[in-house]
Structure formats: structure tokens, C-alpha cells
Design a protein around this ligand. Structure first.
Ligand code: ZN
Length: 328
């Protein structure tokens, strides 16, 4: 930046006003290329030793500001407003992405979560398109690990008619997760925010029939790819850990719903955690482990591609996104 003199703010705004007064001569009357209405395809590759991980974007949402006090346990409006300002969030809400991840070991293609399809509105449901853009067909997928059975992770397992979208894939779900959402007694006892999740979860389990494999919390999915228990968000919430050539990578599912709020305030659990206090303890434990061991993490709701590091900060923790990298 040496030798580059940026104008002071007043000078910059003044010079733009001058251009506008001259009839906007900075902008040609008709650009040669029409303005785009869509983002570039939402896939991003990351290498873990010999294993390739591809982040896939399902879409973006926001938690509206008015909902935050009810959505986050222990939410404090003054702190929340400050964190939003520090994150430069657009007015109106805190943003979140919905991401899934594809793991290619060279011999096995494993999808981790499948997005929301149409279950949560038209902003989501982009995973099939982004898979295609990454050069992968639905037929290619050997296995899908569902970190849990909430709609933003599992509804994308089904076609619009409710059939299995992935024609060949084995579907791996934690035993505790499958048992909980299948239990009508649990549905009756569940707090109101959880009740919309039961029916869609059962529909996914039913659609895959004998291709459904109920697994223990620590299961090898492919060489170098293992599930691990990340308890609190749901009864059988799983992470997926990849290790190859000395490199580690942890897909942590829903440890974080709001990048803006929960790195600084890990104790602010979301209302649809099955066990918010356990989720908060888990979040702090995983943050601490990721920061200490310098593990690359990937989150379902971090800004796409949702890959980076956790850093200790004077106020809780922070997220350090990985830099776009090419070649791999
Ligand atoms: Zn989620």
C-alpha cells in the first residue's frame, strides 16, 4: 500500500457527488454485459491430506432482530447490537448460511447433510444444483451422513414428492437421533419449537428404508473419515472428523448457528437446541479444542464456505475464515 494515498472520507464522498452532478459520466450509458442476478455456483474445495472436501451452499437466511431475544438463551440486547455492528451485519437480522460438505476419499464419496430443499422457503434448496456444478451426480453419492435430522440438514434428502433423492446412497444417522425423532411419546413431550421437526424427520427415515444405517456415535464412514458425538443440539447430533497425511478437519454440524453472536458468546444457545445448556458446554469445549489444536473446522451455518479456524479472543472466541485457495 506504500505510496497509495486514499482520499479522506469527505474528499471521496465530495468527488463522487461531483461526478453525479456532471451527469454520472463515470458510468457508461449501456454496459456491454448485463448485470448478473445470481451468485457464482456455491461450491468450494478444500484439501485434507489425500482427502478432498467440497463445501456446498444450500442458501442463506437471517434471524430477524426482533426474534433474537427469544431465539438465543441469555441474549443481551446491548451486547447483541454491538456484536452485530462489529460484524457489519445488514440491518434487520443476523445472517447465516446453510452449508453441506462432500468428502471424496478417492474410493468413496460421502455427503455430510443435504440442505433444506423447499422446507424453509425459496432461499434454500440449492445443493442439487451446486453438486451438479461441482461435477457430481446424485447417483455418484455412496453415503450420506446426517449430522442430525432437522429440516435444514435432512429435508434435502427427499424429492418434492417425498421419495429418496439419492438413488444409491446408504444413509447414516446416529441411533439416538433416529430413535428420538421416531418416538411419538417424545413428540408429545417436546417443547413447542421442536414439534415441527418430528414429521419431516420420520419422512426421511422412511424414504430410505433398508438403506438407512443407524450408527453409534463413533463410526468409521470411510478410511480417515469418522463420526463423533457433539452433544446438545439434538439427542444424536454428530460431527464428522477427517484425518489424512497429518491434517485434520472437523465438520461440526450445528455447534454455531450465528457466527455474529456465538463465537463471542458461546453460552447463547439457540431455542431449538434439545439441551441448550449441554449445547453451550459442548460449544465451549469444541472451540477450546479447535483453537488449541489449530484444527480446521467447517460449520453448517457459518458464512459459506464455512471453513476456517477458531481463535481465542478477549471476549470469548472468534472465527477466522480460510482464505480462498487455488490450486489446492
Ligand atoms: Zn442447522
Amino acid at each position: 500500500m506504500d505510496g497509495m494515498n486514499l482520499p479522506r472520507r469527505g474528499l471521496l464522498l465530495g468527488s463522487l457527488a461531483g461526478v453525479a452532478a456532471l451527469g454520472g459520466t463515470i458510468i457508461p450509458a449501456g454496459a456491454a454485459v448485463p448485470r448478473a442476478t445470481e451468485q457464482a455456483p456455491g461450491f468450494y474445495r478444500h484439501r485434507v491430506g489425500d482427502i478432498e472436501v467440497t463445501a456446498l451452499l444450500d442458501g442463506n437466511l437471517a434471524f430477524p432482530d426482533a426474534a433474537l431475544p427469544n431465539l438465543f438463551q441469555r441474549y443481551d440486547a446491548a451486547i447483541g447490537t454491538r456484536l452485530k455492528a462489529e460484524a457489519f451485519d445488514a440491518p434487520g437480522g443476523v445472517p447465516l448460511a446453510v452449508n453441506a460438505f462432500l468428502v471424496n476419499t478417492g474410493s468413496r464419496l460421502v455427503l455430510v447433510d443435504a440442505g433444506a430443499a423447499a422446507a424453509l422457503g425459496p432461499a434454500l434448496g440449492q445443493i442439487p444444483r451446486n453438486l451438479r456444478a461441482a461435477g457430481v451426480t446424485l447417483q455418484d453419492i455412496d453415503a450420506v451422513v446426517l449430522t442430525h435430522l432437522h429440516r435444514d440438514h435432512a429435508a434435502g434428502m427427499l424429492t418434492a414428492d417425498g421419495a429418496a433423492l439419492f438413488p444409491r446412497a446408504e444413509v447414516l444417522v446416529a441411533e439416538a437421533e433416529a430413535a428420538y425423532w421416531s418416538d411419538t411419546g417424545e413428540e408429545t413431550r417436546a417443547p413447542a419449537p421442536l414439534s415441527p421437526f418430528f414429521g419431516p424427520a420420520r419422512a426421511v427415515l422412511a424414504a430410505y428404508g433398508n438403506r438407512l444405517r443407524r450408527i453409534g456415535t463413533e463410526t468409521e464412514v470411510a478410511p480417515g473419515v469418522r463420526t463423533l458425538a457433539i452433544p446438545g443440539h439434538t439427542p444424536g447430533h454428530l460431527g464428522v472428523h477427517v484425518a489424512s497425511g497429518g491434517a485434520q478437519f472437523l465438520m461440526w454440524g450445528d455447534v454455531v448457528h450465528s457466527q455474529t453472536l456465538q463465537f463471542a458468546r458461546p453460552d447463547w444457545s439457540i431455542s431449538f437446541d434439545s439441551d441448550p445448556d449441554l449445547a453451550a458446554r459442548t460449544r465451549t469445549r469444541i472451540f477450546d479444542m479447535a483453537a488449541t489444536d489449530r484444527i480446521v473446522i467447517a460449520g453448517s451455518h457459518l458464512g459459506f464456505p464455512g471453513i476456517g479456524h477458531v481463535a481465542r479472543r478477549s471476549e470469548g472466541y472468534g472465527f477466522v475464515p480460510a482464505m480462498w485457495r487455488s490450486p489446492l
